[in-house]
Design a protein around this ligand. Structure first.
Ligand SMILES: Cc1cc2nc3c(=O)[nH]c(=O)nc-3n(C[C@H](O)[C@H](O)[C@H](O)COP(=O)(O)O)c2cc1C
Length: 208
């Protein structure tokens, strides 16, 4: 733990110019140590009234373009994103005592990508995407269970359940990423990357 990189912080921060590469390294470590789920993240969005709301989602794709999760496009989160695409993500890997915060703008993934991921899901999950009007009020649990039965009748062939138009993914293109590591006596270590106007990343240490 005494080993430090050129910024004087723990070696686990590496010395990388691109935070996406550092995220990949930390995420791969979390996959080995976090029971469930290393890909769980808190997603904060903001409603038209300026009030934030936060909930957990699962990271389903991560690449140079950004951070992708899937959901219902009529849900509360999607409704908020459509009126304000700015959002914030936060990963907390308890097993590693690490946090990653990401800020950026969300845009919808390509239909072909959403189809690919949707088709990889279980039959029950695909039917659920049809049956659940996510975030809308339910009169009773039976209303949902009946809807599931109806869609099973409509799509009995497990290999042929089309993706609902109201179900897709959002991709967050980051402009800020902060890596946080727990330190003794709360003297934590924070490495903050911010995207400059020319598209390059600038990195700085932040006081804990
Ligand atoms: C660990 C965890 C992972 C979740 N992953 C997702 C997800 O990937 N997509 C999703 O729509 N909801 C997911 N949920 C449910 C959401 O937290 C939330 O209840 C739901 O999306 C409705 O949110 P909204 O009303 O703000 O739109 C997850 C919940 C937990 C606890």
């Amino acid at each position: 733990m005494n080993q430090k990189n050129s910024l004087g912080i723990d070696l686990c921060f590496k010395d990388l110019d691109n935070p996406m590469n550092l995220f990949r390294e930390w995420f791969n470590e979390a996959k080995k140590t976090e029971i469930n789920d290393p890909n769980a993240l808190a997603l904060a969005t903001v409603g038209k009234n300026g009030i934030p709301s936060v909930r957990m989602v699962l990271l389903k794709d991560f690449n140079e373009k950004g951070f992708v999760f899937y959901t219902n496009l009529n849900s509360r989160k999607s409704t908020e994103i459509k009126s304000n695409p700015n959002a914030s993500m936060c990963f907390h890997w308890k097993s590693l005592l690490r946090q990653v915060r990401i800020i950026g703008k969300l845009s919808k993934v390509l239909d072909a990508d959403a189809d690919n991921y949707y088709n990889s899901r279980s039959y029950g999950s695909r039917i659920g995407a049809w049956a659940s009007n996510q975030s809308s009020l339910l009169k009773s649990r039976d209303e949902l269970l009946n809807s599931i039965e109806e869609f099973k009748k409509k799509y009995p062939n497990e290999k042929d359940v089309p993706r609902p138009k109201h179900w897709s993914g959002w991709n967050l293109i980051p402009v800020e990423i902060e890596f946080w590591l727990d330190g003794k006596d709360r003297i934590h270590e924070r490495l903050y990357y911010c995207k400059k106007a020319n598209g390059e990343w600038e990195k700085n240490l932040l006081s804990p």
